[in-house]
Design a protein around this ligand. Structure first.
Ligand SMILES: C[S@@+](CC[C@H](N)C(=O)[O-])C[C@H]1O[C@@H](n2cnc3c(N)ncnc32)[C@H](O)[C@@H]1O
Length: 293
């Protein structure tokens, strides 16, 4: 295929993906990356479009329980977080929204302990000199709706929270919620499987106190093999919190925890990182100290 034909085919695949209501909000970097990868494997545009849709479903759309209604959810948050609402009322409003993404939905039963236990492990890894220091910056890679769990995290409203994911409409919603909550931070749409390129680049150039990589390393490798390792190479953080699901989206366990633990150990071999393993009923977590303090 000539370069001109290839360019025309690539534009056709990207155009078809963009025209699909399910993928219209996927950011340019991810749409182009998936289109190019599939077109390289399947030169016929019709085949590449089918495979690209399949990949986009697996990496993102499959986690959306239903078609998101961000405008209604935002109204719910604005109403639920009005000045006279009780803390329990605010939590109930937020939990209802978290249930629309499979990853936060399965975190709901452990929500009250999940983050305090993780931050306690971070303080433990910090040792006596670091125990009192506040987390001032936090990167949430492939965040889904997890930034909305902020009220359950022992961090201040001044913590600079950066959430990254592929869906432009989800990102706009998270930014609107943070504005309502008057907390510091932002969300951005980018391709975390290519952390030094495109819109992702500026977010991976800076250093963070803590980076969350919740249930996203296996997903990165679905975009392109080797992406999980590339992400770990690129990230600059004092502490990483890496998690894996214990059951598949279909609910099957199939020894997943042991398989993922082996994958994680392989990814971090020879890095000299110090690791604490935490096992929750729905999630396997590794808290990692990357840098010497
Ligand atoms: C298993 S979910 C985890 C969500 C969140 N980290 C959590 O645990 O609540 C995977 C997330 O990765 C996002 N994602 C997939 N590929 C991505 C990419 N290349 N760059 C950024 N985000 C991506 C999906 O949209 C989805 O929200």
């Amino acid at each position: 295929m000539s370069l001109k034909d290839h360019t025309t085919a690539l534009a056709a695949v990207i155009g078809a993906l963009r025209a699909s209501p399910k993928y219209q909000h996927v950011c340019d970097d991810v749409l182009a990356r998936v289109a190019l990868t599939e077109l390289t494997k399947f030169p016929r545009p019709a085949d590449a479009i089918k495979e690209a849709k399949n990949t986009l479903h697996q990496i993102g759309a499959a986690y959306l329980i239903d078609r998101p209604n961000y405008a209604a959810w935002l109204r719910d948050i604005e109403h639920g977080w009005s000045a006279d609402a009780t803390t329990a009322g605010k939590a109930t409003h937020t939990e209802r929204i978290l249930a629309h993404h499979a990853s936060t939905r399965e975190r709901l039963p452990i929500l009250s302990t999940f983050y305090p236990v993780i931050f306690e492990a971070i303080r433990d890894l910090a040792g006596p000199n670091g125990r009192r220091s506040q987390v001032e910056s936090l990167l949430d890679v492939a965040c889904g709706l997890n930034p909305l769990c902020r009220p359950w995290m022992p961090i201040s409203s001044e913590c600079d929270y950066v959430g990254l994911d592929v869906f432009e409409d989800m990102i706009a919603f998270i930014n609107a919620v943070y504005a309502t909550w008057r907390v510091r931070g932002c969300a951005r749409a980018c391709d975390c499987s290519r952390p030094t390129e495109g819109a992702a680049g500026p977010h991976f150039m800076r250093h963070y106190d803590v980076a969350f990589l919740f249930k996203c390393l296996p997903v990165m490798d679905m975009v392109e093999r080797g992406s999980a390792r590339r992400l770990l190479d690129a990230i600059r953080a004092t502490y990483l919190v890496v998690s894996y699901p214990i059951a598949s989206l279909g609910g099957h366990a199939r020894n997943m925890a042991a398989t993922y633990e082996a994958q994680f150990n392989d990814l971090i071999a020879d890095r000299g990182w110090i690791v604490r393993k935490l096992t929750f009923s729905t999630e396997l977590v590794f808290v990692v100290r990357c840098a010497t303090i």
